[in-house]
Design a protein around this ligand. Structure first.
Ligand SMILES: [Zn+2]
Length: 376
């Protein structure tokens, strides 16, 4: 296992991602922060430019008509009802409006994760990071939930060609409907090459509406997993359910893990439904950084953690940088997201729920083990 980490970035990727209507300016803030903290100069980091995804690469999952629509000028020019219907059919609505660099954005974000996947497959790196990816709501034929390109699906499909098993873990507060639905197969009889597991909040009216965002049932697909949490989930709750995630990983034994690090479960996010933190003070709790470190330790890259050196202290001040947008400077003064005051209803008001999660996932692990033992 290589002890090099690929960091996929280019000026073109930052320029296109920074135009994303739902997160305008976020990409430039993230990459400028990495640059300002000199993290990109780390001797174990390999900076790779994304190769823009070709039409063939994009249509490995997306429909040709969707990619044509991405590349075309706005169909609703002239404001006729029919062209507006076409725009709606491709999901270019209020959530996902067109923007000037849309076509480049789709090619470059998909290209970033595919460049990362290639660098893992050819053994140049042990870990590949694509900060602009993780668009888990996009569908093969339409944009959805601020997501225009199914980069996670494309990465999983590329890794699948290695004939090895791959586990997808989604930390975003929203259910990974686009990714999970792409690989769900309720009637399969053989062990699949891809297992998806989404940890999220689910409630009536909370995006995305999906019958699959609930806990697995004894008859549901044990390789398309959902782990919904109630309002206010904290590092303590995350630490507890993470044991079940570890058990699934041990049973499935993947060669690759694709980790989607959506950060909207962190305290203070506008979604306002969770109370997760970046790093937990509770030794049994799991903040987002502990989860990432744990995943690195699974894949025989524990040595890599040592090589990368100590974690940035959470009180590291945000350095001055001329490329930080004003909202970023006003909002963040140090490199930390501590928990807020929101009540964790998983642990308190509904104490039996976490036991239900554990029992449910014990059954899942048993189902995976049974299929493995039967050679199916
Ligand atoms: Zn989200």
């Amino acid at each position: 296992m290589s002890n090099i980490v690929a960091y996929i970035v280019s000026r073109e990727l930052i320029a296109a991602s920074s135009q994303l209507p739902s997160n305008r300016g976020r990409s430039v803030a993230v990459h400028a922060l990495i640059h300002a903290l000199r993290l990109s100069k780390h001797p174990h980091l390999l900076v790779l430019r994304p190769t823009p995804a070709s039409r063939t690469a994009l249509t490995a999952f997306h429909t040709r008509s969707y990619i044509d629509a991405v590349n075309s000028k706005k169909a609703s020019e002239g404001d006729s009802d029919s062209s507006s219907d076409i725009e709606d059919a491709f999901g270019f609505d209020s959530d996902c409006p067109r923007f000037p660099l849309l076509a480049s954005y789709v090619e470059l974000v998909a290209g970033a994760v595919l460049t990362g996947a290639e660098s893992l497959i050819d053994g140049r790196v042990g870990v590949a990071i694509a900060w602009d990816g993780g668009r888990h709501h996009a569908r093969k034929d339409r944009a959805a939930g601020f997501c225009y390109v199914a980069d996670c699906v494309l990465a999983l499909m590329r890794l699948k060609r290695t004939k090895q098993r791959i586990m997808y873990i989604d930390l975003d507060v929203h259910y990974s409907d686009g990714v999970s639905d792409a690989f769900r197969e309720p009637t399969r009889t053989r062990e699949p090459q891809i297992l998806t597991l989404s940890i999220h909040h689910a409630a009536p009216g909370f995006f995305p509406p999906s019958p699959y965002a609930a806990l697995p049932t004894p008859t549901s697909d044990p390789y398309s997993l959902s782990l919904p949490l109630h309002l206010g989930f904290s590092a303590a709750t995350f630490g507890r359910v993470w044991r079940s995630v570890r058990a699934v990983r041990s049973a499935y034994d993947p060669a690759y893990v694709v980790l989607q690090c959506g950060a909207d479960a962190l305290a203070g996010d506008p979604c306002g439904v969770a109370n997760w933190c970046l790093s937990s003070a509770d030794p049994d709790g799991m903040g987002m950084l502990e989860v990432v470190a744990d995943v690195l330790s699974w894949e025989r890259v524990d040595a890599l953690g040592e090589k990368l050196g100590e974690r940035l202290p959470s009180d590291t001040p945000i350095p001055d940088h001329q490329q930080f947008p004003i909202w970023f400077i006003l909002k963040f003064v140090q490199f930390d997201v501590p928990p807020g005051t929101m009540q964790d209803t998983n642990a308190e008001a509904d104490a039996g729920y976490l036991q239900e999660v554990e029992a449910c996932y014990d059954r899942v692990v048993q189902a995976i083990n049974t299929r493995r033992a039967a050679g199916r």
